[in-house]
Design a protein around this ligand. Sequence first.
Ligand code: PBG
Length: 333
Amino acid sequence: MTLPELPGFPVSRPRRLRRTAALRRLVSEVGVRPADLVLPMFVREGIADPVAVTSMPGVVQHTQESLVKAAVAAVEAGVGGLMLFGIPTDKDGRGSGADDPHGVLNVALARLRAELGEDTVLMADLCLDEFADHGHCGVLSGDGTGEVDNDATLERYAAMARAQADAGAHLLGTSGMMDGQVGVVRAALDAAGHVEVGILGYAPKYASGFYGPFREAVNSSLVGDRKGYQQDHTRTVREALAEVALDVAEGADIVMVKPALPYLDVLRAVADASPVPVAAYQISGEYAMVEAAAERGWLDRERIILETLTSIKRAGASIILTYWAVEAANLTP
Ligand code: PBG
């Protein structure tokens, strides 16, 4: 971008348009609409009451019953969609609960779809980490290195995609960062007759310290990190655009940047280049950071919620996943 040529002071006085609230409202360019917001929700098997996620004040692991209630309330508040994560009682190496129609996530999807029909957009996290005893996003190679086997994982994702679509999800969030995952999921959906079910491709997705509180939220058993498959934050947008190009070529209907606030440069580049709608995920650590500071009285919570969401919109996201979705929907005009 080149700098504009403007008459100098005193002809130019930018403060003229900032003087009153009415003037500021008139020239305002970016806003957040409730329908742009998606609420991520956790549903846990085998609990009698909701369990608080201590590192994310205000967020809970739901029972099937409390999930339905909270989902109905979110839709009534006007949020645009729900993104579901499941926490099973039993985990194994291949994440068997993920594609089991009686698995916690698929049961929840079916219940919500029955309850909400087409009133909202129902999304499901398509990844093995919540269902696998080792906590990784795919199956391990079996050679003792702890490496995630890309192509063996794709077969699991195909099965998971069929199960989630059968359960009634509208959009599947491919969050595992396996190469080729979008294409395999698209083919599996089409072969099963689910041509109308869409894919929200997580591309780019960085191996981030900001996922910290999410580990508690899903009772993760992960040891180590995901640097072998998620992106390195020292790479430039060159790699981010390559990931987007691949996901779009494989059939992603929407692409998502994640995390959001520390990656607004990436988000802007993706938004400028993407032929499909662009979402951003304001993740657990972004949420926890603000909640913790606000609890100490160091930040004005509501102001920061709106400021961060507006910044993510300004950087080019038309859709934002945020744990503040319901509250923000009530804060926006
Ligand atoms: C993978 C997944 C993760 C998140 C969303 N989908 C965890 C990860 O990739 O490590 C993180 C969301 C958050 O931190 O709020 N199932």
